[in-house]
Ligand binder design. Structure first.
Ligand SMILES: *Cc1c(COP(=O)(O)O)cnc(C)c1O
Length: 393
């Protein structure tokens, strides 16, 4: 079993549930809904104490799921964690566990679409209100805090604007006011950024993205201090968004290559961003590790590399954006991200088409914005396809 003293690459490979008596080398998959007991007394003990380390039922715990959670917790520098069926289930469970009627949450305005929907359409039904701040104007954050603010929630880098905020600076504001600081670390992954090291309390992920890394399964995970994770465990155990052991097995195997993959995603992304800089059909190119990024210094401080996403704005707005997607020959046109295959999306005509111009501006989306999730193909092939598509505009 891996120890925290190992390097992250080793932890991601050597953290493993105990071998079965078959002595399999790869990690076993415990595809079972329940577990049997040696005796009636053991079963009685398992049900009498919620904190006992006995597997009862896979909605509560499962060794394959636990292996995945343990790896992520170690990689993020957290004490413990809990896995969920999807990223949204992780976010919803975090809200439900730590917020109650009368509480207030301050969120970045540029957060994942369904997260925004939970905050604006569902939490108010239970008497939980939220306020928003613009990640590009961090000085406006403190104005949103109220006496009943319990949680501060954000993504850095944000989607799709790739805005970055100083995690350490936000954590100091939260600590001074006893506010729980939650970071969605989906775009970076622990291979690139560890928000807990900079003072975040809770880190969560859609494991569907770079953690799986090959566009196969859905999953989510939340990590943080032991006591808080125990509260989450009780909520998840009773409300039921458990991660399938099969998906956990895929995700745990994926973690074995996370560091290698993230390095390559970032290497390809930086090369692509530099290649596209100054292209006559583009207004701008954005990538955290380009010196022209407005929060370049903060990105350098808290990220090991710039991650796998690049955005740019095509000249010609909405129409040019659609034309660009239609002209692509190799890149996939889909809304997912964090895949070995390079993906192009045009938020203004697709995922965010129902938003008003003001709402689009608030989440950092312009009509010509294209988001590229840079994959693991040879970077020259990626660049050639993008450049030939731009020639059609
Ligand atoms: C995809 C995504 C989610 C939601 O995750 P699912 O696994 O699709 O439920 C949450 N946050 C971010 C930043 C995402 O990209």
């Amino acid at each position: 079993m891996a120890e925290p003293k190992f390097h992250p690459e080793t932890i991601a490979i050597r953290t493993q549930t105990q071998r079965t008596q078959e002595m399999e080398h790869s990690t076993p998959l415990f595809l079972t809904s329940s577990f049997v007991y040696h005796s009636a007394e053991e079963m009685a003990a398992a049900f009498a104490d919620d904190s006992l380390d006995i597997n009862i039922y896979s909605r509560f715990s499962n060794p394959t799921v636990d292996e995945f959670v343990k790896k992520i917790a170690l990689l993020e520098g957290a004490e413990n964690g809990i896995a969920t069926a999807t990223g949204m289930a992780a976010i919803f469970a975090t809200f439900m566990t730590f917020l109650q009627k009368g509480d207030h949450i301050v969120s970045a305005s540029a957060v994942f679409g369904s997260t925004h929907t939970l905050l604006t359409k569902y939490l108010p039904k239970w008497g939980i209100e939220s306020s928003y701040f613009d990640m590009t104007r961090p000085e406006t954050l403190e104005q949103q805090i109220k006496p009943n603010t319990r949680m501060l929630y954000l993504e850095t880098p944000s989607n799709p604007g790739l805005d970055i905020i100083d995690i350490e600076w936000v954590s100091q504001i939260c600590k001074a006011r006893n506010i729980l600081f939650v970071v969605d670390n989906c775009f970076a992954t622990p291979a690139v950024q560890q928000p807990i090291k900079f003072g975040a309390d809770i880190v969560l992920h859609s494991a569907t993205k770079f953690i799986d890394g090959q566009g196969r399964v859905l999953g989510g995970v939340v990590v943080g201090p032991k006591e808080l994770m125990y509260q989450m465990y009780l909520f998840v155990r009773n409300s039921g968004p458990a991660l399938s052991p099969f998906n956990a097995w895929i995700l745990s195997k994926s973690l074995e290559t996370l560091h290698l993959r993230m390095e390559k995603h970032a290497d390809n992304a930086l090369k692509l961003a530099k290649h596209l800089l100054g292209h006559p059909k583009l207004n701008w190119v954005k990538y955290p590790f380009l010196e022209s990024h407005p929060q370049y210094t903060t990105a350098k401080k808290q990220m090991r590399n710039g991650g796998g996403l690049v955005t740019f704005e095509v000249k010609g707005g909405l129409e040019a954006g659609s034309k660009f997607l239609n002209a692509l020959q190799m890149l996939s046109v889909t809304n997912n991200l964090g895949d070995s295959r390079t993906i192009a999306s045009h938020p203004a005509s697709t995922t965010h088409s129902k938003l008003s111009p003001e709402e689009k501006a608030a989440v950092g989306i312009t009509d010509g914005l294209i988001r590229i999730s840079v994959g693991l193909e040879h970077v020259e092939d990626i660049a050639v396809d993008i450049v030939q598509a731009l020639e059609h505009l």
